[in-house]
Design a protein around this ligand. Sequence first.
Ligand SMILES: NC(=O)c1ccc[n+]([C@@H]2O[C@H](COP(=O)([O-])OP(=O)(O)OC[C@H]3O[C@@H](n4cnc5c(N)ncnc54)[C@H](OP(=O)(O)O)[C@@H]3O)[C@@H](O)[C@H]2O)c1
Ligand SMILES: *[C@@H]1O[C@H](CO)[C@@H](O)[C@H](O)[C@H]1NC(C)=O
Ligand SMILES: *[C@@H]1O[C@H](CO)[C@@H](O)[C@H](O)[C@H]1NC(C)=O
Length: 309
Amino acid sequence: MPSLAAARAANAAFSPAYFPVAVFVGGTSGIGKATAEAFARYTKGNAHIVIVGRNEAAANSVIASFPKPTSPDAVHEFVSCDASLIKNVQATTKSLLARLPKINFLVLSPGFLSIHGRNETAEGIDRRLCLHYYARWKFTNDLLPLLRKAKDAGEDAKVMSILAPGHGGPVDLNDLAVKKNYTLPKAGMTSPTYTDLMMQTFTEQNPGLSFIHIYPGIVRTPLLKLTHPVLRYFNPLVNILLYPVSYSPEDCAEYMLHALLHSGEGFNRLDSHGDDMGKTRWYGTEEEKKRVWEHTVEEIKRALSTPAA
Ligand SMILES: NC(=O)c1ccc[n+]([C@@H]2O[C@H](COP(=O)([O-])OP(=O)(O)OC[C@H]3O[C@@H](n4cnc5c(N)ncnc54)[C@H](OP(=O)(O)O)[C@@H]3O)[C@@H](O)[C@H]2O)c1
Ligand SMILES: *[C@@H]1O[C@H](CO)[C@@H](O)[C@H](O)[C@H]1NC(C)=O
Ligand SMILES: *[C@@H]1O[C@H](CO)[C@@H](O)[C@H](O)[C@H]1NC(C)=O
């Protein structure tokens, strides 16, 4: 396990022989933002960095914080996408496929925390499951040709989903969409399990690429802020209580970037310091893995065929 200082030093030594292209879905806030900022800092801005999300003002201030590049090839851009709809994800990946030469790093961290129950989008998918799982599956699946181009040129080609390996639960084959029996714990534990299984399948189908499912730890991002009109008065208290067991987004980002830059080919299932978790608290058999994949393909196809809202 690298210490924070060791992770930082290794990140600072990143000096690729190629011009890197990195896409951060969820790079407008929290862990994704801090990881994009660290990536920009260590490449001295000499990279093509794409920030994907909804909040353009936030993206602009993230981009403004990047070092000014010296390379004429450097591009720092925002691409607007509400990833709670699969149709939007598809429109975004289509445009990226048409204009990016390759992708070296695809980092996925869109999500939210809420105490409300199942909340369906116009496409009939639960919003939370969509951002944590289905949209991330769709970004990965669609952008594989660009990742393969990087790989074929002998460069890094990596996908990292920042979620929660080790915090999953069993697969319910009778309710794969978590529609019949939606409880908050069940919804929360479904995406990590599905992410493990999807990454296994992507790894089998794409030799040479790296797939990373990593747990960030408890990180003091806007995600943890209480927004309830009364409960929000407790934010300072929550901060004090969580302080000893939580990370700043900046420290977390050093670990996330270290895992991204230094993970090898194949499936990497990592804890908050980037240590390999093996199959600790693993859920899903071979049969369940196959069923979850088929369910996902069907669900995405169905979402794309629903009439536009
Ligand atoms: N913080 C923690 O302690 C913690 C612990 C374990 C796991 N995680 C996981 O880590 C991930 C990132 O969390 P965070 O703490 O960095 O959260 P955050 O600061 O709230 O950032 C969430 C990101 O998701 C994006 N997002 C939300 N809804 C979206 C939508 N409809 N379309 C596109 N993008 C959307 C936001 O961008 P826009 O607002 O621009 O759309 C933002 O960039 C989440 O999946 C979370 O579950 C976090
Ligand atoms: C469902 O999500 C929408 C969009 O984020 C939000 O406006 C609405 O309040 C949510 N409904 C519930 C019951 O949480
Ligand atoms: C719904 O899920 C809970 C656990 O989250 C379980 O205890 C309960 O039996 C389930 N109900 C049905 C009808 O499947």
